[in-house]
Design a binder for this molecule. Structure first.
Ligand SMILES: [Cu+2]
Length: 158
C-alpha cells in the first residue's frame, strides 16, 4: 500500500518536474478521443508548457503500436494530417494540441479507448542542449460526442 502510494506520487511529480535542471514541462488537460470497437487510431490532446525553449520529439504509449506527433491542416476543404519530426515548445508559451491542429496520433491501437479510462503517454522533450527527458502523462478518455470539435454548420438540421 505504502509502496504503491510512493510510486503514484513519483509519477505525478514527473509530470511537472521532469527537467529540473534545464526546463520544466507541464501538461494541462490531457485527453484522448474515445474510439468505437475496431477503430485503430485516435488522437491525444493537451496543453504543453515548457519553462525553457524545447521541442517535443517523440511520444509513446503502451496502448498503441505506433505513436506520432501530427499536424492537421485544411487543404481545399480536405482535412490532411502529416507527421511532424518535432513540435516547438517556446519558453513559457502554452502549446495547444487540439482537434483540427497538432495532436499526438495513436495508431495500431491495442484496445478500444473507452470514455473514462486513463491512458498513459510518455512524451520525450529535447532541450536546447539536445538533452532528452521524458514526461509521463495520464490522459483521460473522453466520449466521442464531447470530443468532436464544434462544426455547427454540419450538424444543423434544416
Ligand atoms: Cu493524426
Amino acid at each position: 500500500m505504502n509502496r504503491f502510494a510512493t510510486i503514484t506520487a513519483a509519477v505525478f511529480a514527473a509530470t511537472t518536474f521532469a527537467l529540473p535542471v534545464h526546463a520544466q514541462v507541464s501538461i494541462k488537460d490531457p485527453w484522448v478521443r474515445a474510439t468505437v470497437s475496431q477503430q485503430k487510431a485516435t488522437g491525444a490532446f493537451m496543453q504543453i508548457t515548457s519553462t525553457q525553449d524545447a521541442r517535443l520529439v517523440e511520444a509513446r504509449s503502451p496502448v498503441a503500436g505506433v505513436v506520432e506527433v501530427h499536424e492537421m491542416t485544411m487543404e481545399k476543404d480536405v482535412m490532411k494530417m502529416r507527421a511532424v519530426p518535432a513540435l516547438d515548445l517556446p519558453a513559457g508559451k502554452a502549446v495547444e494540441l487540439k482537434p483540427g491542429g497538432y495532436h499526438v496520433m495513436l495508431m495500431d491501437l491495442r484496445q478500444q479507448m473507452k470514455a473514462g479510462d486513463t491512458v498513459p503517454l510518455t512524451l520525450v522533450v529535447e532541450g536546447k542542449d539536445k538533452k532528452r527527458s521524458s514526461v509521463e502523462v495520464k490522459a483521460t478518455v473522453k466520449p466521442l460526442a464531447a470530443a468532436t470539435p464544434a462544426k455547427t454548420d454540419h450538424q444543423h438540421k434544416h
